[in-house]
Write a new protein. Sequence first.
Length: 158
Amino acid sequence: MLIHAMAIETIGLHYFLHQWNPIASSILLIFNIYGILFFLAEIQAIRLSPFLVTEDELILQAGLSKGMQIPLREIEEFKTYSGPDIIPGKKKNNIFDARPSDFIMEKPQFQIKLKNKLRIFYMYGLRGSVNQIILSVDNPGEFSSYLKDKLNRLTDSK
């Protein structure tokens, strides 16, 4: 639905601006087409990039715009999220939200606390560091048991 709205808006805005200034209209048309293509690519990236748990790290890629690789040895605690539905502004700076963007953000399913701050990678080469991660997955029971099993194996091998 959003893509349709963007396309209709692009056509109407292009027609309106073309009467006023054809050059501005063409530039805005290019930006709008880029926005639609980026939005489609973001949807596909979210759909086709699952969270991966390997032998020694957890890879979180939330679309094209943000991602993170977490060594399992850096995970201090993995638990079901029990915090507020909406995270206050100051706390957002230290939290990596690995949930896909949506109009109405649902409460996260899991929270991961890290031993040390780790780097996150945003779009256009921007970076940050966080010490907590919140995320939601399609199969919470399967993901939780698999990650807990990996973490238990890691602590048993020490």
